[in-house]
Design a protein around this ligand. Structure first.
Ligand SMILES: *Cc1c(COP(=O)(O)O)cnc(C)c1O
Length: 430
């Protein structure tokens, strides 16, 4: 019954010799949960096949992109066919127009879209565009929201809550930090205060409309609507970072599910079908400022890459033709929510489960989780035990309490019930 991962550990030890920390992205190293990462050999549908010879159930879906399960046939076929025609040209292709037209038809409030290679690049470019459009320098972001690793976003709260941020990584300059102002998620009063203290200086507010990088945190009623009004009053742009929520919550992402419109929207994850893609989009008036039409510079040797565009187009095309996927995922996530809540309540374990569409997270705390500070109150020892207990039973959760699970539509109700039953076994001895 108990799965062990010896070969993964051996591979990790070897990797550490040549790759910093053994990984190409830090969360994979298991620092937050301890132990060694699991090495994947292949994946199909809802299952990962590990180097240890196990088939395990996947609840991260490559952190979102594999919304239809791994090696989804139409996407795989599109990529294989594209590869035979050459993998990169540095020249325009018709494919780029096709995916742009489809994306624009699916999401509200956007006329044009520019493809880049990651969510980081998308958010970085969106902020540059907002600054270029407004002629202002400062931006407002929320503590605990992740917008990729570009300098402007690696900022933590300074001494007071409503104050300049300070760098939270060496290598980010004080100068950069001064232009990023931080507010707490779900605290509209703070956003208003920052606007008032920085009149005519705020280029944009950037937000995860449903936060997924401090666990899943849902915007309270009136929060997004209130920011929308403040942006309009003060001539600032509202950027929705939909790298996680875009084409996952609905065809039109969080703009559709919340009914709040953004000025610039960033995408990533699902839009690339599992290949490295990001994108940012806006109405014509704003996109006209972007090179080669306007002065705001942005470029990429591999942007619009034919393999990536083929994967993304096959993915979006399927979602566009099968919007019932979003409902199906939501129902599965609800089922998991109810099952896990029952298990934890039966044992009297303090917990909060946050859920929105197909995003869900379990927090081991008795107080509601509405922002970064309340998410940080979660008991990490319990999280680690929960994570490793499930891993030993062949179930892979995100290896950090600050990440949302991502369900994929290949998961069956039997997989979910197995996960719920395994959780029951894990907490039995607590
Ligand atoms: C993943 C993520 C990013 C960064 O995307 P990368 O492709 O990892 O650079 C940005 N914003 C949000 C909301 C994300 O979830």
């Amino acid at each position: 019954m108990s799965f062990t991962y010896q070969r993964s550990s051996a591979l990790f030890n070897e990797a550490k010799q040549y790759i910093p920390g053994g990984v190409n992205s830090p969360v994979r190293a298991f620092n937050a949960v301890g132990g060694d990462p699991v090495y994947v050999k292949s994946a199909k549908g809802a299952y990962l096949h590990t180097e240890d010879g196990h088939q395990i159930i996947d609840f991260i879906a490559s952190w979102g992109p594999m919304i239809l399960g791994h090696a989804f046939e139409p996407v795989t076929q599109a990529v294989v066919a594209a590869a035979k025609n050459g993998t990169s040209y540095g020249m325009p292709t018709e494919l780029e127009t096709k995916i742009a037209a489809l994306a624009v038809s699916m999401a509200p409030n956007i006329d044009q879209i520019r493809m880049v290679n990651s969510g980081t690049e998308a958010c970085m470019s969106a902020v540059r565009l907002a600054r270029g459009f407004t002629g202002r320098d400062k931006i407002i972001k929320f503590a605990g929201c992740y917008h990729g690793h570009s300098d402007s976003f690696l900022i933590q709260a300074g001494s007071g809550a409503v104050t300049f941020g300070s760098p939270n990584s060496p290598g980010v300059t004080q100068g950069t930090a001064r232009d990023t102002l931080l507010a707490d998620y779900n605290n509209l009063g703070q956003v208003q205060e920052i606007f008032e203290q920085n009149k005519d200086q705020i280029a944009c507010v950037i937000i995860e409309p449903i936060a997924g990088n401090m666990g899943c945190i849902v915007p309270q009623k009136g929060f997004l609507e209130g920011i929308r009004e403040l942006c309009d009053q003060h001539g600032a742009l509202f950027i929705f970072d939909e790298v996680m929520t875009g084409f996952r919550l609905a065809a039109g992402g969080a703009q559709e599910t919340t009914g709040v419109s953004a000025d610039i929207v960033t995408y990533g994850k699902v839009i690339g079908g599992g290949l490295p893609v990001g994108a940012f989009a806006a109405r014509q008036e704003i996109m006209n400022h972007l090179a080669p039409l306007g002065p705001v510079y942005q470029a990429g040797t591999l942007s619009g890459n034919p393999l990536a565009m083929s994967a993304g187009l096959a993915m979006l095309d399927h979602l566009n033709k099968h919007p019932e996927v979003f409902e199906s995922l939501k129902a599965k996530t609800e089922h998991l929510h109810k099952g896990l809540a029952d298990v934890l309540s039966e044992k009297g374990i303090d917990h909060q489960i946050n859920r929105y569409g197909s995003m869900i997270s379990v927090h081991f705390t008795d107080t509601p989780v509405t922002d970064f500070a309340s998410a940080a109150k979660g008991n990490n020892q319990w999280f680690k035990k929960f994570f490793h207990g499930l891993l030993e039973r062949g179930i892979y959760l995100p290896p950090s309490a600050f990440e949302s699970y991502f369900l994929n539509d290949a998961l069956t109700y039997a997989d979910l019930d197995k996960t719920i039953q395994a959780s029951r076994e894990v907490v039995r001895t607590w």
